[in-house]
Design a protein around this ligand. Structure first.
Ligand code: UDP
Length: 462
């Protein structure tokens, strides 16, 4: 009998690791062998950040393997316009070689390939090797639907062939769907026009490869995104894909999680703490960071702030003189938190977030009202979901100089804390998300059906 064995490949970005790792665990729970592919560079980070108990027992049940990323130096890795072409041209042959090697030398051959949609071109490798495949989409179904509609946007003159906006009017892609601002198209908030164009063409190409795929796994659930999910052929919502680090799952953070914040949260009153995390990529100027610090101070409330080592152009944060001393009694600043545990803690009252898709799902799933502060990519569209579609949060508004001022931060946090409607709606969404992944729920059924497909396909290769 052929044992089902899935190869899972993802883009080298923090937000893409966690949901694909969780999916891998769920497949493993149901008897599928999983080989999870990281680039060598990222693997080093993930290993270094692992807690000791995982490092010593690292064989785990999900096997991690690595491929090169083709970059010769870090500049190529960190500048997207250099990294994306490298991934596109190098990784297909690395993945092909990896699969051929496993299939030639190991007892359990790869019987299924699951590819992060933001590396959609790798689906062709599976096709070439005649291995069944599925795409995983790590952002919202709304964003995916928009990407599928790029040809329509070009024909309608909204964007040109290079993705640059030609018309500033709100876009409504289909009757009944919400209109959105073209400035919020995935690739637009990249600022630099060269990067924008490279990113646009890269995404367009990835999404082209996803057309006609039998399964597009989405980290979403029907009650959250039903209008968009219905319009995407073969979309299979299986989310929210969330698990906490204390669930015994192998963690997959690029930075070590600082668990001291949980003890600190234990000492705070229920529903009192502002949790602030701007994800893995947001960079703030020194002035902006200072305004955030002062805004949090002005609230007079306890806060837990994730201030990554790279929050300020590859520098740790520099705070104004005396700030840390003034807030020491009611605040904690950490470099990286176990975010899912934090958001599920009863002391947390609200979440100041950059609106990355994972953070958005984590906030929702824990019923925490959100204050949006998007930085780039899909985050602006996700903010629209949070504020305008689901009405589970508010947004921060920049001033004429593009800065979010301390008074804006203080006021919006106060407004959010006092908004009972938002608290009720986000609690309701939390219950819907929980039901979706429980037995009898839509995501639960979809995932089981997908596992059945993986097993059937392995049987066909018997
Ligand atoms: N995260 C974390 N600790 C932190 C901050 C973030 O574990 O201190 C995790 C968070 O739970 C989420 C991921 O990092 O799963 C960030 O993904 P998201 O899509 O929200 O944003 P990105 O970092 O990709 O912009």
């Amino acid at each position: 009998m052929v044992i089902p064995h899935a190869l899972v490949v993802r883009l080298c970005a923090q937000g893409h690791v966690a949901p694909l790792m969780e999916l891998s665990h769920q497949l493993a729970d149901q008897g599928v062998l999983v080989t999870f592919v990281n680039t060598e560079f990222i693997h080093k980070y993930v290993l270094a950040a692992l807690p000791e108990n995982f490092r010593s027992n690292y064989s785990g049940r999900i096997r991690l393997v690595t491929i090169p990323d083709g970059a010769v130096n870090d500049e190529e890795r960190f500048i997207l316009s250099k990294m994306f072409p490298l991934l596109q041209y190098n990784t297909p042959s690395f993945i092909e070689e990896l699969i051929l090697n496993i299939n030639e030398k190991e007892e359990h051959k790869i019987t299924f390939v699951i590819v992060d949609g933001t590396m959609g071109f790798l689906l062709d490798v599976a096709k070439k090797l005649n291995i069944p495949r599925a795409a995983f989409w790590p952002a919202s179904a709304w964003m995916l639907f928009i990407l599928f509609k790029i040809p329509t946007l070009i024909d309608a003159g909204v964007i040109d062939l290079n993705g640059f906006i030609q018309e500033g009017k709100l876009i409504q892609l289909s009757e009944g769907l919400p209109a959105f601002n073209p400035a919020h198209l995935f690739w637009v908030p990249f600022g630099d026009t060269n990067q924008q164009e490279v990113f646009f063409k890269y995404l367009q190409m990835c999404v082209e490869h996803m057309k006609g795929i039998d399964h597009i796994l989405c980290n979403s659930f029907p009650e959250l995104e039903s209008p968009f999910l219905k319009l995407i052929n073969n979309a299979l919502p299986i989310g929210p894909l969330l698990s906490t680090s204390n669930s015994g799952r192998q963690p997959s953070s690029f930075w070590a999680e600082d668990f001291s914040c949980i003890n600190w949260l234990d000492r705070q009153p229920a529903c009192s703490v502002i949790y602030v995390s701007l994800g893995s990529t947001t960079i703030l100027s020194k002035h902006q960071l200072g305004e955030l610090a002062l805004g949090l101070e002005l609230t007079g409330r306890p806060f837990l702030w994730v201030s990554r080592p790279t929050i300020m152009e590859n520098n740790a944060a520099v705070y104004s003189e005396g700030f840390m001393d003034r807030v020491a009694r009611r605040a904690l600043v950490v470099e990286w938190a176990p975010q899912k545990e934090v958001l599920s803690h009863p002391s947390v009252a609200c979440f100041l977030t950059h609106c990355g898709w994972n953070s958005t799902m984590e906030g929702l799933f824990n019923g925490v009202p959100m204050l949006g502060w998007p930085y780039f990519a899909d985050q602006f569209l996700n903010q629209t979901c949070i504020v305008d579609l689901w009405k589970v949060g508010l947004k921060l508004v920049r001033d004429d100089d593009g800065v979010v001022g301390k008074e804006e931060i203080r006021k919006k946090i106060e407004d959010l804390m006092n908004d009972e409607g938002i608290r009720e709606r986000v609690s309701d969404m939390k219950e819907k998300g929980k039901r979706a992944v429980m037995e009898g729920g839509a995501s639960f059924a979809n995932l089981n059906g997908f596992v059945h497909t993986i097993k059937r396909e392995a049987g066909n290769q018997d």
